[in-house]
Design a protein. Structure first.
Ligand SMILES: CC(C)(COP(=O)(O)OP(=O)(O)OC[C@H]1O[C@@H](n2cnc3c(N)ncnc32)[C@H](O)[C@@H]1OP(=O)(O)O)[C@@H](O)C(=O)NCCC(=O)NCCS
Length: 113
């Protein structure tokens, strides 16, 4: 029902640098457009990675495709999760994201219908 994840922004930056196709494997076009539009993209990629891992924990998934868990924004700027593919009916999920220069974190919770 509840999941949390925390990662170092530098680790995400290094992974994206080292593996060019990682962006497309882990992040939807919308997530890439959002992160690439920010002053420090790696910080927002790291936050999205945390959000996906937090959702995996909240849903207790044994296997998953990162692209089936998409971070979106509400008009207020607050983040939300849209689930795709086999996960479509597993929500709704509440999400909170935070980041500093060094780290990014996210908490996800399955909201009882
Ligand atoms: C939302 C707010 C608390 C973020 O705090 P912060 O210390 O600057 O930033 P944090 O690192 O803790 O959090 C950043 C994340 O907060 C999330 N966020 C942004 N706006 C949010 C909101 N209104 N509610 C909840 N979460 C929000 C985003 O997911 C963001 O990460 P992302 O850009 O990678 O998606 C702060 O910007 C704030 O008080 N805003 C006032 C509300 C506001 O300006 N609303 C805009 C009206 S249109």
């Amino acid at each position: 029902m509840l999941g949390i994840d925390l990662i170092e922004v530098d680790r995400m930056a290094a992974a994206l640098e080292r593996t060019p196709n990682l962006r497309a494997r882990l992040f939807t076009p919308g997530e890439q457009a959002y992160a690439d539009g920010q002053a420090v993209p790696a910080r927002h990629y790291a936050a999205r990675f945390c959000a996906k891992e937090a959702v995996v924990k909240a849903l207790e998934l044994a296997s998953w495709d990162a692209l089936d868990i998409e971070v979106v924004h509400k008009p207020t700027g607050a983040p939300g999760i849209v689930l795709h593919g086999p996960l479509t009916d597993r929500g709704p999920i509440a999400l909170s994201i935070t980041h500093t220069r060094a780290s990014a974190a996210a908490v996800a919770m399955v909201v009882p219908a």
